[in-house]
Design a protein around this ligand. Structure first.
Ligand SMILES: [Fe+2]
Ligand SMILES: [Fe+2]
Length: 269
């Protein structure tokens, strides 16, 4: 087993938020795809370690987010913190679960792992930015309930790397690109420039995450002589199971290298 996969398991196995963040930074900073370690009994957890707070609740029980009030902005930022916390685990899971996938040739393996270690590092940084902003608003990550929908997508795609790439970066993170500019504009309109500038950093980085997802999705399809677009459609239908919400941020999706042929045919009417 490659050492970086063990470092990824450290991320997944760490519950406390600052410690998980530190493990995520170490995953990239101690990147090591070459040295095999002693093989032992190990398995990738179905569920990553999580702190006791926030309690997980149904999406319909989430606090309201009226961005004109400090409480509403706190609720929004808390939800984003939870997304970023999940995203740390999703990137670590990509390495722990799929880092030695047989469809990735040996001469591309280090690149695969380093790409996702970089994403994991970004997500840990995003989590830290939002957590520090919550502190300025007299809140902490864990103060409000959060929902577990994100990890459901990970569970559904645990056995299929193409499905994971289609659903996590190319559907869910791409959806983030669609909705974030309006949230940034709303935060600016109520004068919360600090929160707006953090979401702008996250938005800019997430374009890169969608691009990395698309790069490996296309690579995997081409190496198995599969049509990229048809395979994307079939994986999303099987594993995501819902039509994609409009409107799409075509400009950001273009920057991420994802043409309309991927997502437009899957759009809701
Ligand atoms: Fe992020
Ligand atoms: Fe991301």
């Amino acid at each position: 087993m490659l050492k970086s996969r063990i470092h990824a398991l450290d991320v997944l196995g760490t519950a406390q938020p600052s410690a998980k963040q530190a493990a995520a930074f170490a995953l990239r900073d101690r990147f090591d795809a070459q040295l095999p370690s002693a093989d032992g009994a190990w398995s990738v957890p179905n569920k990553p370690a999580r702190p006791l707070a926030p309690p997980l609740a149904s999406p319909k029980d989430m606090p309201r987010r009226r961005l004109g009030t400090q409480a509403g902005r706190g609720a929004l930022l808390h939800a984003v913190a939870h997304i970023e916390f999940n995203a740390i685990d999703l990137a670590a899971d990509m390495i722990a679960r799929f880092g030695e996938h047989e469809a990735i040739p040996d001469n591309r393996r280090a690149e695969f792992i380093l790409d996702w270690a970089g994403v994991c590092h970004d997500e840990a940084r995003h989590f830290g930015l939002i957590r520090d902003r919550l502190t300025q608003l007299d809140m902490s990550y864990g103060d409000l309930p959060a929902h577990d929908g994100l990890w459901q997508a990970a569970k559904a795609t645990a056995d299929d790397l193409l499905a994971r790439l289609a659903v996590a970066p190319m559907v869910l993170e791409a959806r983030g690109l669609d909705v974030t500019p309006a949230i940034i504009a709303k935060l600016k309109s109520v004068g919360d420039m600090d929160s707006a500038s953090i979401l702008q950093i996250i938005y800019d980085d997430e374009i890169g995450h969608v691009a990395i997802g698309r790069k490996w999705f296309d690579f995997m399809c081409e190496s198995q002589h599969l049509s990229t677009v048809e395979t994307f459609h079939s994986k999303v239908k099987t594993y995501y199971g819902a039509l994609l919400k409009k409107p799409f941020n075509e400009q950001a999706r273009d920057l991420a290298g994802m043409p309309r042929t991927y997502y437009a045919p899957l759009a809701e009417p």
